[in-house]
Design a protein around this ligand. Structure first.
Ligand code: ADP
Ligand code: F6P
Length: 324
C-alpha cells in the first residue's frame, strides 16, 4: 500500500476534520501518500482529487464541517458511476480509500471493495444510528448543541409560561432526542422507537401546570409519527388546544450539524481514524471501525450495516421518571 484516498460522504458531522487529520497524519507517519477526494463519491467520479501533505490537515482538529466537502451521489450507486470511479482511482494511483460517513457511505465502500479496491469505513453521523458502534463521530457534539438550545428555550418558556416543542434530527433514530432530552431536563421525549401517547403528554402538561410549572419542553425526534398530528406543528397545536397552554415550535435543523467538535468526538475521531489506517496497511479491506465496550474494534462492513441500533430503554425510563 503506497497511496490512500480519503473521502467524506453523506451528511457532515462535527469531528470529521479531526478524523481526516488523524488518518492523514497516521498515513504520513507510515510513509504513505494521501489524496484528498472532494465531495464524496461525486468528487471521486469527477476526479476532484488533490495531493495532501502534513500542512493540509493543520489547524483543522477544532473545526466543524469537513475540509473535503461532502455530497450525496446517486450516480455512484449505478454500475456506470462505479466504473467511472474505478477509472479515476486507477488514474490517480489510489490503492485504498478510507470513507467517513454513515451506513450508505459504507455500502459505497463495500461496492469499491468488491471491485478490488481496499476500503475502510469510519462512522461519522450526528444521528448515532449505526448499530455496531456505541457512538458515531459527531453525535456527542450534536447532543451538546441541543442541550444548550433547550436551556435557552427553557429561559424564555418560563418567562412566558409557555410550552415548547423542540424538533431534533436523527432520521429514524431517537438517540439525539433521548440523550439531549434527558440531559436538558425535558418534560417529554418523543422518539420513533417508542409509540407516542399524546394523551399522556397532555395530562403531564396539565398536571405540571397545576403544581405551578412555568415551562414545558417537549423534545421530538424528526422521525416520530404521532397519531392525529402530521408533524411537530401538529403536536404543538394539539397540546395548545387541549391544555390551553400556548405552545411554540422550534425546529433546530442544521445548527445540530455544525460547530466545534466536543472532546469526546475528537477523541474517537483520533482513535478510529488511526485504526482505519493501521488496518488498511495490514492489507485488510471493507471493515468498519467502531467502539465496543469503550474500546476500538472492527468488523466487516457487510455485518456492521446489518446491525440494528438498540434503543436505550433504560435511559428512556430514567428520563420518564425524572421528568414527572
Ligand atoms: P450516510 O452515509 O450518512 O448513510 P447516504 O445514505 O445519503 O448517507 O449515503 C451517502 C452516499 O453513499 C450516497 O449518496 C451514495 O453515493 C453512497 N451509497 C449509498 N448507498 C449505496 C449503495 N447501496 N451502494 C453504493 N453506494 C451507496
Ligand atoms: O444523517 C444526518 C442528517 O443530518 C439527518 O439527521 C437529517 O435527516 C439529514 O441528515 C438532513 O440531510 P440534509 O443535509 O440533506 O438536509
Amino acid at each position: 500500500m503506497k497511496t490512500i484516498g480519503i473521502l467524506t460522504s453523506g451528511g457532515d458531522a462535527p469531528g470529521m476534520n479531526a478524523a481526516i487529520r488523524a488518518i492523514a497524519r497516521t498515513a504520513f507517519a507510515n510513509g504513505l501518500r494521501v489524496k484528498g477526494i472532494r465531495n464524496g463519491y461525486d468528487g471521486l467520479i469527477k476526479g476532484d482529487i488533490y495531493e495532501m501533505n502534513v500542512s493540509s490537515v493543520a489547524d483543522i482538529i477544532h473545526k466543524g464541517g469537513t475540509i473535503l466537502g461532502s455530497a450525496r451521489s446517486t450516480e455512484f450507486k449505478t454500475p456506470e458511476g462505479q466504473k467511472k470511479a474505478l477509472e479515476v482511482i486507477k488514474e490517480y494511483g489510489i490503492e485504498g480509500i478510507i470513507v467517513l460517513g454513515g451506513d450508505g457511505s459504507f455500502m459505497g465502500a463495500n461496492a469499491l471493495h468488491l471491485h478490488g479496491i481496499k476500503t475502510m469505513g469510519v462512522p461519522c453521523t450526528i444521528d448515532n444510528d449505526m448499530g455496531y458502534t456505541e457512538e458515531t463521530i459527531g453525535f456527542n457534539t450534536a447532543v451538546e448543541t441541543v442541550v444548550e438550545a433547550i436551556g435557552k428555550i427553557r429561559d424564555t418558556s418560563s418567562s412566558h409560561g409557555r410550552g415548547n416543542v423542540i424538533e431534533v434530527m436523527g432520521r429514524s433514530c431517537g438517540d439525539i432526542a433521548l440523550y439531549a432530552g434527558l440531559c436538558g431536563g425535558a418534560e417529554s421525549i418523543l422518539v420513533p422507537e417508542i409509540p407516542v401517547d399524546m394523551k399522556q403528554i397532555i395530562e403531564k402538561v396539565i398536571r405540571g401546570r397545576k403544581r405551578g410549572k412555568l415551562h414545558h419542553i417537549i423534545v421530538v425526534a424528526e422521525g416520530v409519527k404521532a397519531e392525529g398530528c402530521n408533524d411537530s406543528y401538529g403536536i404543538a397545536k394539539m397540546i395548545d388546544e387541549q391544555t390551553g397552554v400556548e405552545t411554540k415550535v422550534t425546529i433546530l435543523g442544521h445548527v445540530q450539524r455544525g460547530g466545534t467538535p466536543s472532546v469526546q468526538d475528537r477523541l474517537i475521531a483520533n482513535q478510529l481514524g488511526t485504526r482505519a489506517v493501521e488496518l488498511i496497511i495490514e492489507g485488510k479491506s471493507s471493515l468498519a471501525v467502531g467502539i465496543k465496550d469503550g474500546k476500538v474494534y472492527s468488523l466487516p462492513i457487510t455485518e456492521a450495516v446489518q446491525m440494528k441500533r438498540q434503543f436505550n430503554t433504560e435511559l428512556y425510563t430514567i428520563a420518564s421518571i425524572l421528568s414527572n
